[in-house]
Structure formats: structure tokens, C-alpha cells
Design a protein around this ligand. Structure first.
Ligand SMILES: Nc1ncnc2c1ncn2[C@@H]1O[C@H](COP(=O)(O)OP(=O)(O)OP(=O)(O)O)[C@@H](O)[C@H]1O
Ligand SMILES: [Mg+2]
Length: 249
């Protein structure tokens, strides 16, 4: 039987966030709720503060004001040890793909397992190959990142981010630099993978309108705050008008 929930469960909540960097305001009273098990896409122009927002969630940067909660608990003021435990629940796909140039595809994906688990070599081999197959890059296991296309690099980055079964996956501009067709393929992969693994996804991007179809919710970051949170279909309708103009893309 499906569990009845009166209100959606919130995985991440940012409230009343304000931040200045280099004397300039980046966020001003920013509020955002990220629903558990859903994909929230935050769209905003370049320099609008998308990466900085992710840095609060990762505990790499503190807001000047406001609150950041993960599963209802504040993560502000946590010790580095406590913050590491929070980060252990995340998978991160960084802007670009941020693969280790000197490691093969297999070793890049295996790294979290080697560093953070006591799995045997055979178990690691099994798991990594399973994910590489799911991402349709098993044949590239021996390749080095420089030998891969941009799309393949993103597949490797996603496979790596998923190794420790994260509850939350954060994506920073996951398709920057990819051509439209490759971006669409990556979005198909994101949708498939999220449906299969049911993690909470938070994606920041300025790839509008393409990125819209990936989200359950589209949050528009403009003027330092989340201006609106709308359904993808609604965002699609507006994409040719004010939204594109506002985002200056
Ligand atoms: N460490 C920092 N010191 C000073 N200013 C910073 C720092 N990090 C970011 N900023 C500024 O904060 C603003 C928001 O930066 P952020 O990287 O979050 O933008 P973004 O929305 O991710 O842009 P893009 O789409 O280009 O990645 C920018 O004006 C940037 O110059
Ligand atoms: Mg950024």
C-alpha cells in the first residue's frame, strides 16, 4: 500500500539565505525546499549564485545569514567530522566532469569504493562494471579521461557519484560544453537512473529549456533569490518568453 503523506518530505531546505562575496550580494533571502526522491532543477544565469548555493549544502561555504537543513537538521556550525558524515550521504557531479586525469575510467569509478569501503577487489570489480554497463560505457573501462568524449566523461562522473549509494545527488551544470544532442542523451540517462535508484536530485543548470524535462520542479534563481518554483510544463511555456530573457541565455 502506498504510504500516505500529508506534505512532501523535504531532503534539503535553504531558508532566508543571504550572502555577500567580495562586497557584492550573491544571495538575498533565498528560500528553497528540495523534495525527497524528486528532481529539483535550479535554473539561473551565469554568475547568479548556483554553484555557491551548492557549496552551502556541501558545507564548503557558509551563508552570512539563514539556515541550511538536511533532513530537517541544521548543517551550519557542524564540525568537519560531522560534516563528512553529511557529505557521505551525497553523490556529487561537479561542473565539467572533474575526473582524475591520471586514472582510467575504471579506477575513477572505483575510487570511492577503494577509499571509503572494505570491499574486496572482486566485489569492487563487480560493482564498478555493473554501473559502467548501466551507463553504457563498459567498453571504455581501460580508457583515460582525455580519450573520452564529453558525454562519456559525464557518464563516468555519474557512475562515480553513485558508488556509495547516495541518498542525495548534486549536479553542477552537468552538460556544460556538450552539444545539444549529447546533452539530451545525458538527460535521458539522468531520468532513467533517478527513476531506478530513487535518489533526491538537485541539479543547477542554465541549459534552458532542455533541462526542464529532467525536473519534477523547476526553481528559478534570479536577483539572488528563488523567484518561483514551477512545474516543467509551465516552465516550458514560459521558456521562450520572460524566463529566457530574465536568465539572459
Ligand atoms: N570564492 C569567491 N570569492 C568571491 N566571489 C565569489 C566566490 N565564489 C563565487 N563568487 C561570486 O559569486 C557569484 C556567484 O557565483 P557562482 O559560481 O555561484 O555562479 P554560477 O551561477 O554558478 O555561475 P555559472 O553558471 O557561470 O557556473 C559570482 O559573481 C562570483 O563571481
Ligand atoms: Mg557555477
Amino acid at each position: 500500500m502506498k504510504r500516505e503523506t500529508k506534505s512532501p518530505e523535504i531532503a534539503i531546505e535553504l531558508s532566508g539565505i543571504s550572502k555577500k562575496l567580495g562586497g557584492l550580494p550573491v544571495h538575498h533571502n533565498l528560500n528553497l525546499k528540495v523534495e525527497r526522491g524528486k528532481t529539483t532543477v535550479v535554473v539561473g544565469a551565469s554568475g547568479s549564485g548556483k554553484s555557491v548555493m551548492l557549496k552551502y549544502i556541501l558545507g564548503f561555504m557558509l551563508p552570512d545569514e539563514g539556515e541550511v537543513k538536511v533532513y530537517g537538521k541544521s548543517i551550519l556550525g557542524l564540525s568537519e567530522t560531522e560534516m563528512k558524515k553529511v557529505r557521505a550521504r551525497y553523490g556529487v557531479v561537479f561542473q565539467g566532469a572533474a575526473l582524475f586525469d591520471s586514472l582510467s575510467v575504471f579506477d575513477n569509478v572505483a575510487l570511492p569504493l577503494v577509499e571509503k569501503t572494505k570491499k574486496t577487489k572482486a566485489e569492487i570489480e563487480d560493482q564498478v562494471m555493473h554501473y559502467l554497463s548501466e551507463m553504457r560505457i563498459a567498453d571504455a573501462r581501460h580508457k583515460m579521461p582525455a580519450e573520452l568524449s564529453g558525454g562519456m566523461q559525464r557518464r563516468v562522473a555519474l557512475a562515480r557519484a553513485l558508488q556509495l549509494s547516495p541518498e542525495i545527488v548534486l549536479f553542477d551544470e552537468p552538460t556544460t560544453g556538450l552539444d545539444p544532442e549529447t546533452s539530451e542523451n545525458i538527460y535521458d540517462l539522468f531520468i532513467e537512473t533517478q527513476q531506478r535508484l530513487q535518489y533526491t536530485a538537485l541539479i543547477v543548470s542554465h541549459d534552458i529549456p532542455r533541462i526542464f524535462r529532467v525536473g519534477d520542479w523547476i526553481a528559478v534563481l534570479n536577483g539572488g533569490k528563488i523567484e518561483s518554483v514551477i512545474a516543467p510544463r509551465q516552465a516550458m511555456k514560459k521558456a521562450s518568453g520572460w524566463l529566457r530573457k530574465m536568465l539572459d541565455v
